[in-house]
Design a protein around this ligand. Sequence first.
Ligand SMILES: Cc1cc2nc3c(=O)[nH]c(=O)nc-3n(C[C@H](O)[C@H](O)[C@H](O)COP(=O)(O)O)c2cc1C
Length: 201
Amino acid sequence: MENPILQTIRTRRSIKLNHLKPDPVPQEIIDQALEAANWAPSHGETEPWRFTLFTGEARHNLGQLFAEAYELSAIESHPFKPETAEAQRARATQAPVWISIGMTPALHPNGDRKKPRDEEIMAVACAIQNLHLALTTHGICGKWTSGTVAVHPHIAQAIGLTPPSELLGFFYCGYPAIHWPDSIRQPWQNKITTYGQPNPN
Ligand SMILES: Cc1cc2nc3c(=O)[nH]c(=O)nc-3n(C[C@H](O)[C@H](O)[C@H](O)COP(=O)(O)O)c2cc1C
């Protein structure tokens, strides 16, 4: 019989926003996923993950933030297009749940970091993997989005992630409206270098 954890790991999938059903995700399931996230490892038990949950009507506020962040980034890099701003606003209601992915580093009293920034980010990534796996067990897909808008300092500030805290993107999730998405991996054996003899089974 297949190991159930391995099966969940293999089943976990990212999904496009427009492939989600509008159906809400029960709060109990969201809470369980957030608890799973909280069991992630972190160097020195810094527990740097911070989340903000947007569901229901609050997603309109998030859509407004997406549109504003797009406008600011468009001014910084590309010409502003009103239809893109509108699409950014509409994104927020395309998933029933959005979770901001924040990192708040642990600091010494003098303001120095207790652990390197990279390690704090890695710990947050572990937390998101736990969260995504927990949702998978309930037939829920999701995706970490980390584009320009999703990590924009304007949104970070609005949700209380001021430096040295950082916004690493957003995780949205919901029930798939399509068949469960596919993914592929190159064989794991291609990525392993072994010294010594394989252990006996
Ligand atoms: C740190 C991180 C950032 C990601 N950012 C994006 C993103 O901005 N846009 C996107 O479409 N997918 C993003 N993804 C999701 C990947 O595209 C997805 O994990 C990959 O295609 C493998 O698919 P799977 O998650 O279904 O196995 C991100 C994943 C990670 C771990």
